[in-house]
Design a protein around this ligand. Structure first.
Ligand SMILES: [Zn+2]
Length: 270
């Protein structure tokens, strides 16, 4: 598949600010390669990101979503760019949330480490699979192109910082945790369930009552949670900041995914 174009800030300028600033009602709800940009794409391309529109993505078992984009780079206010490595395949509105996160929160937060932000590592984005790679489970938000896993960020001076690493600068981890939990409805990191010890999962799942899930233990001196449960869910380290009933311990299903074999409870949505 080839993509006919890459929308950049230049395109946004060509279309003018009126559409980009619009509310998004109605106009251009669907657009892929060669089609008119959606309202979301127009907002995204207003000097904020470089991406390719993919249009509506379909897949087996309900995978995919409307107005999906391939997010390559995020343009900061000072015109410098932050790469998404590798580019992430996300619903446009999820991509927009990631762009806002990077521009408003992560880029400023990296300044506390003495160097500008250069890239974020996309550990997983669109991935047509059941929740937690469990056969027969409901579709993961990854399968809906509505989730992103970030494992590391890279600074301009070459340093690579893993936010899930308790040894990473605490101020940055606190800032990132606060930001992602404000901007996404599901956040899973270290201490959440034993399966997110090396990356941060974020998605925009909608729940009854507007409940949000923010589970990321910063591990400041506390015991680390074992990463390889064999029969029961590990303790959650008392870290649920939102009033969401956590999955009960259930029999685990196992699924191997190369070097990322994981064992996950059937309910937590990752
Ligand atoms: Zn994930």
């Amino acid at each position: 598949m080839t993509f006919s174009r890459t929308i950049t800030a230049v395109v946004a300028i060509a279309f003018g600010g009126a559409i980009a600033a619009g509310s998004g009602h109605g106009a251009m709800a669907q657009s892929g390669p060669g089609a008119a940009p959606s309202a979301c794409q127009m907002r995204l391309s207003s000097d904020r990101a470089v991406f390719k529109p993919l249009g509506e993505l379909g897949g087996p078992a309900g995978c995919g979503g409307p107005d999906v984009v391939h997010l390559e780079r995020i343009i900061l206010a000072d015109r410098t760019e932050v790469a998404v490595e590798p580019p992430a395949t996300l619903r446009c509105e999820m991509a927009e949330a990631v762009v806002t996160l990077v521009r408003q929160d992560l880029a400023p937060a990296t300044a506390t480490m003495g160097a500008a932000l250069s890239a974020i590592e996309n550990y997983d984005s669109y991935d047509c699979r059941g929740r937690n790679r469990v056969m027969g489970a409901k579709l993961s938000e990854h399968g809906l192109a509505n989730a992103l896993d970030i494992r590391s960020v890279r600074l301009k001076d070459g340093r690579v910082v893993r936010p899930a690493d308790a040894g990473a600068p605490r101020e940055f981890r606190v800032a990132m945790k606060t930001a992602v939990c404000n901007r996404f409805t599901t956040v899973l990191g270290p201490g959440s369930d034993g399966y997110h010890e090396d990356h941060i999962h974020m998605d925009r799942a909608e729940r009854r009552g507007g409940y949000r899930l923010c589970q990321w233990d910063l591990h400041d001196g506390g015991a680390r949670i074992a990463a390889a449960p064999s029969g029961r869910a590990p303790a959650r380290a008392g870290f649920a900041t939102m009033p969401v009933p956590l999955p009960r311990s259930r029999p685990f299903a196992a699924a191997a995914a190369g070097d990322r074999a994981i064992y996950l409870p059937a309910e937590s949505r990752h």
